[in-house]
Design a protein around this ligand. Structure first.
Ligand SMILES: [Zn+2]
Length: 281
């Protein structure tokens, strides 16, 4: 298949309070959009990730803190959604994937978490993919909040090329460790965002990776709660640029921040259409 969408209704029912209201309406909009045809584009039901894998990534004290957290189950299911999406892509069953989540991941470090994140879904998935023999990964974090948890996992790992957009000021590149922070400041517009994305993807093309993860927070939309001021036009253009840069390697979009229902209802189907090669129609 071309695109696998991993989803579970519990993301909308039990997801983090700020994030969950967008889930069901955006999924309904995706189904109404006609892009899901059951062949090229399929929806698969996410299942919880084995706890043993989560324990490999996070510290004992973090696991202890999480053991009584009301979001524990949906956080494990969110990791499972990302892992299922990535495994489908890594094994060639899907060219690309879009993983729904009920909690986010990029503020979860090995030993702590904040900001609607509990377990680092992408980091745990990379751990699993490495067990399967894959080695090098590109992460494009376009959520406007700094991906500090992901940096905690991979900051010293040059086999993970970490592009990290945020609403602080100035760019900070560490090519030795492949860490690329892009600070667009507050109220960044489509032009500023896409221009920087284009430049950094040009650099990333020289990095030999197997799977690209996009940490997709639509809290970057002007109506949503994050620091950027993007409009709807930015999302399909962003997805097109990343898809072109990734070429025939694997591409996995991971839902991150965002709470606006009308933003999610448009941005998510638009991104999936690009992945399916059916943009704009
Ligand atoms: Zn965010």
């Amino acid at each position: 298949m071309k695109v696998a969408i991993t989803y579970h209704e519990d993301f909308g029912r039990n997801g983090f309070s700020v994030l969950k209201d967008r889930i069901r309406p955006s999924f309904e909009a995706l189904m109404e959009s006609g892009v899901v045809d059951g062949e090229d584009v399929q929806v698969l039901k996410a299942h919880p990730t084995p706890l043993a894998l989560v324990e490999k990534a996070h510290t004992e004290s973090h696991m202890m803190n999480m053991s009584t957290d009301p979001y524990l189950d949906v956080a494990i299911l969110s990791v499972g959604s990302v892992m299922m999406a990535a495994e489908l892509v890594a094994t060639g069953q899907a060219e690309s994937a879009f993983a729904y989540t009920g909690t986010a991941g990029h503020h979860a470090s090995r030993g702590a978490c904040w900001g609607f994140c509990y377990f680092n879904d992408v980091a745990i998935t990379i751990l699993k993919l490495r067990e399967m023999g894959l080695e090098r990964f590109l992460i494009v974090d376009v959520d406007p909040h700094f991906g500090d948890g992901t940096r905690d996992f991979f900051g010293d790992d040059p086999d993970v090329f970490h592009i990290n957009f945020h609403s602080g000021s100035g760019n900070k590149f560490d090519p030795e460790r492949n860490n690329y922070d892009i600070g667009l400041g507050y109220n960044a517009n489509n032009y500023q965002f896409l221009e920087q994305l284009s430049g950094i993807l040009e650099l990333a093309k020289d990095f030999d990776f197997q799977i690209c993860f996009v940490i997709f927070g639509h809290d970057s939309h002007e109506d949503d709660y994050g620091g950027f001021h993007l409009t709807f036009d930015a999302y399909p253009r962003m997805a097109t640029m990343i898809k072109e840069a990734v070429g025939n390697k694997g591409l996995v979009f991971v839902l991150s921040g965002g709470s606006c229902i009308h933003v999610a209802r448009q941005a998510i189907p638009d991104v999936v259409k690009v992945l399916a090669g059916r943009w704009p129609s």
